[in-house]
Design a protein around this ligand. Sequence first.
Ligand SMILES: [Zn+2]
Length: 77
Amino acid sequence: MAWLYRVDLARPKRIPTLAQKRALDRAMAARQTCPACRRRYQHVLPLRPLGSCLECYDGTPADPTTYTLPPGHTLAA
Ligand SMILES: [Zn+2]
């Protein structure tokens, strides 16, 4: 089943302001950043039960393509 809508009554999508986008990014950063290693992952971390990313919690290696390092941080090659 699917609802049908009248296109002539549709309104344009709301465009968030820069401040709204920044607030959203801050909220997501808080959920995606490991407090131990400061990496920001592309997914939300299980901070409530674990308190850190999996790699900091039990050593499970994280895929380097799934996170970014904080500014000024570099990995040893
Ligand atoms: Zn970590």
